[in-house]
Each structure stands twice: as structure tokens, then as C-alpha cells.
Design a protein. Structure first.
Length: 156
């Protein structure tokens, strides 16, 4: 390989390393206050240092504190310049949350329903090693809560 090609490959690798520092998810919501109340009832916390305003909220999920930014629909549309998906007609994305036990799945499902969410997929065992449910939040975004018994998981 000649020196020029080698230098080009090194520059590409360096540039790719710089491109992904963090990852977060942006979701459109109809009402920020109602969405914050919903997710608070599920036990999630919010980043109080940034991302919270009349038109946004910064939801923190899991031990790694993955950020899910909730934006009111007009703000979200200003970012994408597209229409927002009608979540009553289809699934835009399935957001998955790891649970430590079957009981935690059951608890999260109950909290989601009690907070105003809906579920067509009640907690159940799947494939002999997973236990989970799917619920929709107030805006129809689908959330999957899943416990995986890795001792029973297929190997390979």
C-alpha cells in the first residue's frame, strides 16, 4: 500500500472516531407537562441541567443515563421539516428497556397503564428465556420492557 493511501485511511478512521461521541433519541410529544408527569410516574428521572423548557424535557433512562429528548410537536417538526408519524396507524420505533426481573416487568407495565399508557402486549414469556411487555406512552410511542434470563438464552 502506498503512503498516500495509507494516510487517507488513517484520516478516515480518525474522522469516524470523532463522529460518534454520544447517542440520544428525540421524540415528539403533544404536551410536555403531561409527558413529564407520565414518565415520572414510571420512575424515570429528568436531567435538570439542560434540555428542560416549555417545549422540551430531557428524560434519563437506565444506568448509562441514555437521554430521550421529548419535544413538543412544533419544535420537533422544525428539526425534521417533515410530518410526524401517526402512531395510531403504525410503529415508528420500539424503544427497549432492560429489566432485572419478571417482577420488574410486571411493575413497569402496571405503572404505565395506571399513568395513562396502553398495552396490547401484556407481560408474557417469549421463546423460553425472555419475559416482557410492550406499552404505548401518551403519544403512542411503543416501549418494550424486557427481562432476559441469559442462562436460558440460546448460545452462539
Amino acid at each position: 500500500m502506498d503512503d498516500q493511501l495509507q494516510r487517507k485511511e488513517i484520516l478516515i478512521r480518525q474522522r469516524n472516531k470523532l463522529m460518534t461521541k454520544d447517542f440520544w433519541i428525540n421524540l415528539p410529544v403533544k404536551d410536555i407537562k403531561k409527558s413529564k408527569a407520565f414518565f415520572s410516574k414510571l420512575g424515570f428521572s429528568f436531567n435538570t441541567q439542560y434540555g428542560n423548557s416549555d417545549n422540551s424535557a430531557s428524560l434519563l433512562i437506565g444506568q448509562k443515563k441514555v437521554v430521550v429528548m421529548l419535544f413538543d410537536e412544533p419544535t420537533f417538526k422544525s428539526f425534521t421539516n417533515t410530518e410526524i408519524v401517526n402512531t395510531k396507524q403504525g410503529t415508528e420505533v420500539l424503544l427497549s428497556i432492560d429489566a432485572e426481573s419478571k417482577e420488574e416487568v410486571d411493575e413497569m407495565a402496571e405503572k404505565a397503564i395506571n399513568a395513562g399508557g396502553k398495552s396490547k402486549h401484556k407481560p408474557a414469556e417469549m421463546e423460553g428465556w425472555m419475559y416482557g411487555c410492550v406499552f404505548t406512552d401518551l403519544d403512542g410511542h411503543q416501549w418494550n420492557v424486557l427481562y432476559m434470563d441469559m442462562d436460558k438464552a440460546p448460545k452462539g
